[in-house]
Each structure stands twice: as structure tokens, then as C-alpha cells.
Design a protein around this ligand. Structure first.
Ligand SMILES: Nc1nc2c(ncn2[C@@H]2O[C@H](COP(=O)(O)OP(=O)(O)OP(=O)(O)O)[C@@H](O)[C@H]2O)c(=O)[nH]1
Length: 643
């Protein structure tokens, strides 16, 4: 496994880095001191066909250079593993980086060159190498300490030979989860664990690729900027809302129906759609306790980002590769002296940080973090760093980056357990009233869809779920849930558990219906009630005030607010207003951030909402399928934000 990769300028600025497993700073510092500054250790010559190698404290460090730009590309991994593809990675990354940023680096200060997008290129390279590995020699090749010295012979076995399992193992390492992980039970038959929410017919038994699924479900093209994102929000006119008012208010939306159930939703004749075969382990896994738990937002997210970026950037990447074709070779002597300029052992002042902090703030804004949150985060980083003495061979940028990563991790890490299954089990064993969860949010953010995903997750864990249709206002809302419940019932025949719908039609008081549903559920031995609520504008006081009554009558154990990942700056006001709407003593318990599949790495909405309220993100919606629900992985989100 690759532990870390850095692109460093001759003046010691880390332009870009990717860390899978933290490596002590001393490893690269030693390389710089021994090889570039003091020239103690003579590296292997590049002429011998492989990259120069330096060994330190059990790590192997390999590097290559772009001499005319004064750049060094450094890869670090444990000497115990033998990565035959590292040279290729170094070459490809150098070619891409020089092609993408070479011209800029010749004319501008390296500290102002924005390498934000490079992460996706790097990931693509890693994934390509991984793919080669899968088709030739999969698995991790671990050498003994002795044999690791003999690199050359192994490298002759071909570019993909001995390729270890990909860096995603470290990137998306779930070993930190509180729930013990069990190897997926491969003896279990393939489970049709999901269905397309907006799908077209597929041959029975076929499993669609993500790309196919996206096509079939007509999911929107990825948003690459705030403007596109908001345009998409505006363009979502298929579902207009009634004018909220007194009971019996006029409908604005006539016979508008939801996109996925357009067939015959009102006639109640909508057929249960064809099922999509997905292995359970593509979206979750079994624990040693036999529970089915959701995956984090893991490599699947990277694949989505990769897919989105690939479309946009294929041409640029090709040009970059071509442009960089001739830049090979190194002159260690020529570059070595520059490293004496590395900032280290300096006590940082406000002035030192000002420019870099401004750049960091802009970076966060580009990632869709609301200005208020971006400013506060930068202020907290400034407080942490002013007066601090930088370690040797580090730069202001890298110090600031590390500090910002810590700040983001701090803000996103929940302070209490978000284990829904455990919570349900605890509550079910302590009282006869079922566990009650309700979903709130503005119009069209994905409340019903994500409620259904949660229901599906609970069916996988064999719960008895009652879904309450408490959106008594928007035309089509009850029918939409009816279709979801039919689909889920169909799935439950194979998945286990049971699910039913509690509905009382339109125009009635939603709080009363929710309370009735809970009573009904208790009487009929459902152990979980999921309550869907009507979408409401967060700045409409009258609509928001009805939530207080809802909270009191339905008295949910958990109230989750759904917020769209692409909502942008409005996220702060949405989160605050919903959080304040349940009256004294009752707050939101968590967020579901929906449509994360449409924003690539612009996942700043998560930070904005959590920052505004201190309430954690519980789930992420990653698509339009029942299985597109993920737990939050703070590490992945932080990495996306800092990429
Ligand atoms: N791409 C993507 N689409 C999603 C996701 N979650 C929901 N959607 C889509 O968003 C649209 C609206 O979802 P709904 O569940 O109807 O939203 P809602 O909040 O219940 O809508 P109202 O009841 O009108 O307030 C549907 O087309 C869903 O398929 C997601 O995670 N990713």
C-alpha cells in the first residue's frame, strides 16, 4: 500500500499531497536532508531503469523530478510491501502534473497555483493501476524484510505484477468503526438488495453498472459549480407545491406526480417495478452480531467523482499527458540547494498566515462551504497557529493545511453514537411503544426517498416498519409513499422484515395522523415507525410553527432533517430554522445530506449545516436507489474538502 505521495517544490512548498496512512514527517525530512541538502546518500540512478530509492525506518521512499520546474514527486510506502507499479505512478503523476500546471508554474509563484483538481487525476491513476492489478496479479504482495532489498528482480516481472490491493483500503478504512466488521458472507445467495427508484425495465437478474443505473434513473448531470447547482434546484419544477394554507387549500400542482412513479400513481395501479440485483456487500456488510450495517461513503464516492471529472477533463488530461511526454530525468544536484529555503523552526505570526488563510477561505467557498463557516474555520485555524513554531522542513501551507484538516475533523465528528440499529434495539427493549423516527426538510430535497432508503435498511435488519404518510398536503405525496411501500414489501419477501403504510389521505392534521400511526403501530406490533412530513420553506413562519405541534404529538425519538448537498449557502438558514422549530427543549437529532452524488467533491454543505447547528450528519444520500444510503465517513469528507 502506498502510504503517502507528495509533490514538493524546490523551495520546500508542498504543492499537493495525498496521505493514506500518516507517515512521520521525519521520513521525507530525512530524504531532503540526506539526499538533497547534504547529499550523503547516493540514490539509485534513474538510468538503471527504476526510480531512485531511499530507505528510512522501515519505509521505502521513491521519487522523480521535473527538473526545469524544480519539482520533486515523492512516494512513500512500507518496505515490507513491494509495489512494482510505483515507478509508473511517479511517471504518470509527473506527466499529468507538469502538463496541467507546468506553464502556470513557470510564470507564477508556486504558492498561488491552485492544484485543487489534481486529486481526481491522481485517484484515476491509482485506480487504473489497480485495474491492471486485478486483471493480472491481484492481491498484496508482501515481501520479507530481506527480500525487499532486491527490488529490481521483482520489478522485471511486469508493470502490474505484484500490485497490491488499492490505496482505498486505507482511504476508506472502516476498521475504525465501532461495529466489528465481519468478512462478507459469500455463502449467502446473491440478494436483490435494491431497486431502481426511477428505473426503466431491466432484464431479470441483471445488475446494472453505476453508469447504467444513472442513465436509467435519469439522474441529473453532476453539478460542478454553485450556479449549476442552483439552476438545477430551480429547474426541479416537476413537483410544484400546493399553496400551503388552511385545510382544503387550492392545489397548484394539479396532477403532477413524482418522477419515478409516473406510470399510474393516482390510479393506484402502479406496478411494483423490476428489481435490480445488487449484492448486499456493495452497500453494506454483516457484523459479527449478524446486523447489516451501511457502508461509509467510501470508494463508491470516489468512483462517482472520477466519473464526473473524467467526462469534463478527459481532453485536458490527454493534452497534459502529451505535453509532459518529454519531461523525464533529473539532476539532484541542481535541485538540492533549493531545499535550504524550506520554512522550518519559524514562530508563526498573523502576518505570515494572512495570505495563505485567505487562499484557504476561498478554497472552502469553492467547495460549497458557506462563507460564515469558512470564515469561522479559518479564524480557529489562525488561533491555533499564531505563536506556534513550525517543525523542520515544513511550510506555512502544509502547517495550515494540517490544522484545517484537524478543524474539519473536529467539527464533523459526532460527539455521540449515531448507531441507529443499536438505538432502536435499546428503545424496543425498554418500552412497548415503537421506535419513532421522522423526517423533515424543505420541498423536494429527498425526504420520501431517503425515508424509504432507511426503511429498506431496516428491512435488511428484519425490522417491522410502519411508514406514516403525514404529508397530507402535497398532492401525490401519499401515493408516492404507497408506491415505495409496495416496492419495499416486494423486497421484504426476500430481505426479511415487514413494512406497511399508515395513511389517512389529504387535508387532515399531520400531527394527529402521526400520533395515530404510533398508536396503531404499537397495537399491531411494528417496532419502528417512520414518519414522512410535508416539505416546507424554512423561512415561512406559519408552516414552520406547525412542526412544534408535530413534535409534541408524535414525539419522535429521532428527527432527521434532509438537506440537499447542492443547496449552497441557504443550507445555514435551513438548518437553523428547522432546528429552532420544535419548541423549547426539542431539537433536530441529525441531518441526512441527500444528492451527494451530484456535487462531486463540493461537499461543503455538510460543514455548513453542522457548523450552524452543532448537529451531526447521520446519513448521506448517494443516488436514486434504495441502497444509495451511506454512513458518514469524516475522513473521506475531510479529504474531499481538502483536495
Ligand atoms: N441523485 C439523487 N437524487 C435523489 C437523492 N435523494 C432523492 N433524490 C431525488 O430527488 C427527487 C425528490 O425526492 P423526494 O423524495 O420526492 O423529495 P421530497 O423531499 O419528499 O419532496 P416533497 O415531498 O415535494 O417535499 C426525486 O427525484 C428523488 O429521486 C439522492 O441522494 N441522489
Amino acid at each position: 500500500m502506498l502510504d503517502t505521495f507528495e509533490i514538493v517544490t524546490a523551495s520546500g512548498i508542498v504543492l499537493w499531497s495525498r496521505t493514506y496512512v500518516p507517515v512521520g514527517a521525519h521520513v521525507i525530512n530525512s530524504l531532503i536532508r540526506d539526499v538533497f541538502i547534504e547529499e550523503h546518500t547516493l540514490p539509485q540512478s534513474e538510468d538503471s531503469g527504476s526510480k531512485p530509492t531511499y530507505k528510512k525506518d522501515g519505509y521505502t521512499v521513491k521519487w522523480t523530478q521535473a527538473k526545469d520546474l524544480g519539482l520533486v514527486f515523492v512516494a512513500v510506502y512500507q518496505s515490507l510491501v513491494h509495489l512494482t507499479w510505483i515507478d509508473k505512478l511517479l511517471d504518470n503523476v509527473r506527466a499529468l502534473f507538469v502538463g496541467l500546471y507546468g506553464e502556470q508554474l513557470k510564470t507564477e509563484l508556486s504558492s498561488v497555483v491552485n492544484c485543487d483538481r489534481f486529486g481526481s487525476y491522481f485517484d484515476r491513476q491509482m485506480q487504473e493501476l489497480e485495474g491492471q492489478s486485478d486483471s493480472s496479479a491481484p492481491g498484496i504482495k508482501i515481501t520479507t524484510p530481506d527480500s525487499s532489498i532486491d527490488n529490481d528482480s521483482a520489478e522485471e516481472s511486469g508493470p502490474a505484477a505484484g500490485l497490491q490491493k488499492p490505496p482505498q483500503r486505507a482511504l476508506f478504512d472502516t476498521s475504525a468503526d465501532s461495529t466489528p466488521v465481519q468478512t462478507p458472507d459469500t455463502s449467502r445467495p446473491t440478494t436483490p438488495a435494491s431497486r431502481i427508484l426511477a428505473g426503466k425495465a431491466r432484464p431479470a437478474g441483471a445488475r446494472m453498472s453505476r453508469r447504467d443505473r444513472k442513465k436509467a434513473s435519469g439522474s441529473p448531470a453532476p453539478a460542478s459549480s454553485g450556479d449549476e447547482a442552483s439552476a438545477k434546484r430551480k429547474g426541479k419544477s416537476a413537483k410544484k407545491n400546493r399553496t400551503w394554507g388552511e385545510l382544503g387549500a387550492e392545489e397548484e400542482d394539479g396532477d403532477m406526480v413524482l418522477d419515478y412513479s409516473q406510470s399510474d400513481i393516482r390510479g393506484g395501479a402502479a406496478e411494483v417495478e423490476q428489481l435490480e440485483e445488487i449484492h448486499q456487500d456493495t452497500w453494506g456488510r454483516k457484523t459479527t452480531r449478524g446486523e447489516f450495517v451501511l457502508k461509509d461513503l467510501d470508494e463508491e464516492m470516489d468512483a462517482i467523482i472520477q466519473e464526473q471529472n473524467a467526462k469534463k477533463d478527459t481532453a485536458a488530461a490527454a493534452a497534459a499527458t502529451a505535453a509532459a511526454g518529454g519531461i523525464v530525468g533529473s539532476s539532484l544536484g541542481a535541485i538540492g540547494g533549493y531545499f535550504r529555503n524550506v520554512v522550518g523552526g519559524k514562530t508563526l505570526t498573523k502576518e505570515d498566515l494572512a495570505k495563505s488563510l485567505k487562499a484557504m477561505e476561498e478554497h472552502l467557498l469553492r467547495k460549497n462551504v458557506a462563507r460564515e463557516a469558512a470564515v469561522r474555520l479559518c479564524e480557529s485555524v489562525e488561533r491555533d497557529l499564531v505563536g506556534m513554531k513550525t517543525p523542520s522542513f515544513t511550510t506555512i501551507e502544509s502547517t495550515l493545511r494540517t490544522s484545517m484538516e484537524k478543524a474539519l475533523t473536529r467539527i464533523l465528528t459526532p460527539t455521540s453514537s449515531l448507531d441507529l440499529l443499536r438505538e432502536i434495539s435499546t428503545i424496543n427493549s425498554s418500552r412497548s411503544r415503537p421506535y419513532v423516527l421522522s423526517i423533515v426538510g424543505v420541498n423536494g430535497v429527498g425526504k420520501s426517498t431517503n425515508l424509504s432508503k432507511i426503511a429498506f435498511f431496516l428491512l435488511q435488519n428484519h425490522h417491522r416498519v410502519l411508514i406514516a404518510a403525514a404529508d397530507t398536503f402535497r398532492s401525490g405525496a401519499v401515493e408516492q409513499l404507497r408506491v415505495h411501500v409496495r416496492n419495499l414489501q416486494e423486497l421484504s419477501k426476500r430481505e426479511g422484515g415487514s413494512v406497511d403504510l399508515f395513511e389517512k389521505g389529504y387535508g387532515k392534521d399531520a400531527a394527529n395522523i402521526a400520533a395515530d400511526a404510533v398508536v396503531y403501530a404499537e397495537k399491531h406490533h411494528f417496532n419502528v415507525v417512520l414518519i414522512d412530513t410535508a416539505g416546507r420553506r424554512h423561512n415561512d413562519q406559519r408552516l414552520m410553527s406547525s412542526l412544534e405541534k408535530f413534535g409534541k404529538l408524535a414525539n419522535p425519538d429521532k428527527i432527521l432533517m434532509v438537506g440537499e448537498a447542492l443547496v449552497g449557502t441557504d443550507s445555514v438558514a435551513q438548518a437553523r430554522n428547522f432546528n429552532a422549530s420544535f419548541g423549547a427543549g426539542r431539537k433536530l437529532d441529525g441531518f441526512i445530506i441527500s444528492k451527494t452524488d451530484t456535487v462531486g467533491d463540493m461537499v461543503g454543505t455538510l460543514v455548513s449545516m453542522v457548523h450552524a447547528t452543532g448537529i451531526p450528519v447521520v446519513f448521506l444520500g448517494t443516488g436514486q436507489h434504495y441502497s444509495d444510503l451511506r454512513n458518514l465517513n469524516v475522513g473521506v469528507i475531510t479529504r474531499l474538502l481538502m483536495s
